[in-house]
Design a protein around this ligand. Structure first.
Ligand SMILES: [Zn+2]
Length: 328
């Protein structure tokens, strides 16, 4: 079952989240398989993006979608994952060009999305009740290290983003195969208003001691091997890494409250998109193909509009015959 575990380091301004996407991730791949699927290195990248986006969504107080996009400068032109506040997520990629073959199954970002150093990673927070004219918040980071040199690990790219946008140190370890997409996020929290410092006897903790504690925890987190993240259950991973630390666990989120695959597409949204193309364009598609057929890149759902449905797009709401949304 897909699950999300949140925990605090008792007495320290450091928190952690561990996510394991299993059947939800497999469902995402299965749906995509019907439309041709992705090559293995792209599946791994999307798996890491899915785990990372669910982690980031769970880690912020924000009522809206978290969208992670990579604008690629390589065979992968675009890779995108969206996670909703209820931890449902969806991912897709647009691949144009040859993915080099590899024995290990994965390829560095440089090869997939950053051939000439122009790849970009964007994190968008899109509020649920966005007012007309209100722009979603977007942060963009390059796929290069601040000191120069290309970043080949998505975790490091996002650590850089969090340091830049939130001024908070973080450690992010990601891994994916066809069975599971998983991630561990350790994040330092701002001291002020930090609830988990209250009620402990470490009142005299200095900034230096806190730095030291965070660095120790980050080093432990960084020692996690991808193979362990993919094969061990959450309790075993956290115990192996942090058995000397004092951890406080929160109720894990799994099942109906846990991460799951879900798509936000609908016949109505597709109809809206078709309307925006204009009647002339739609008429010419119908004349050429006898109908309009749109497939969702995220979930593989197909939406058909026969000539009557297509004509109905441009009549007023009241004139639309009932039952035209039977395919939804
Ligand atoms: Zn869909």
């Amino acid at each position: 079952m897909s699950e999300l575990h949140t925990f605090l380091f008792e007495g320290l301004p450091v928190r952690g989240v561990l996510v394991r996407l299993t059947e939800s991730w497999q469902e995402l791949l299965r749906r995509r398989e019907a439309g041709g699927g992705f090559e293995e290195p792209v599946r791994r990248l999307l798996g890491e993006m899915s785990a990372a986006t669910v982690l980031m969504q769970s880690n912020i107080k924000f009522n809206g979608a978290v969208v992670l996009q990579i604008f690629g400068d390589g065979p992968v032109k675009l890779a995108v994952t969206e996670a909703q506040p209820d931890l449902s997520f969806r991912s897709t990629a647009k691949v144009i060009g040859e993915i080099p073959s590899t024995d290990s199954g994965s390829l560095p970002l440089e090869v997939l999305v950053n051939n000439h150093g122009k790849g970009r990673c964007a994190i968008t927070l899109d509020p649920k009740d966005r007012q007309p004219g209100q722009q979603p918040y977007q942060g963009v980071v390059s796929l290069s290290h601040v000191d120069g040199g290309l970043l080949n690990d998505l975790g490091e790219v996002l650590e850089q983003y969090m340091r830049k946008s939130e001024q908070l140190d973080a450690k992010l370890i990601l891994a994916a195969n066809d069975e599971i997409a998983a991630g561990l996020l350790i994040q330092r929290m701002p001291i002020e208003g930090e609830a988990n410092l209250a009620g402990t006897d470490r009142v005299s903790t200095t900034e230096e001691e806190l730095d030291e504690a965070y660095n120790r925890i980050a080093t432990l987190a960084a020692s996690l091997k991808r193979e362990e993240l993919l094969t061990l259950d959450a309790q075993t991973i956290l115990h192996r890494l942090f058995w000397e630390e004092d951890l406080r666990y929160f109720e894990p989120k799994a099942g109906p409250t846990g991460p799951r695959f879900a798509c936000t597409c609908s016949r109505e949204r597709v109809a809206e998109m078709l309307r925006s193309l204009g009647q002339e364009e739609i008429d010419s598609i119908v004349a050429e193909q006898g109908q309009v057929e749109i497939g969702c890149d995220f979930c593989g759902e197909h939406y058909h509009f026969d000539p009557i449905d297509a004509a109905g797009l441009f009549t007023s709401e009241a004139d639309t015959p009932p039952g035209s949304s039977s395919l939804q």
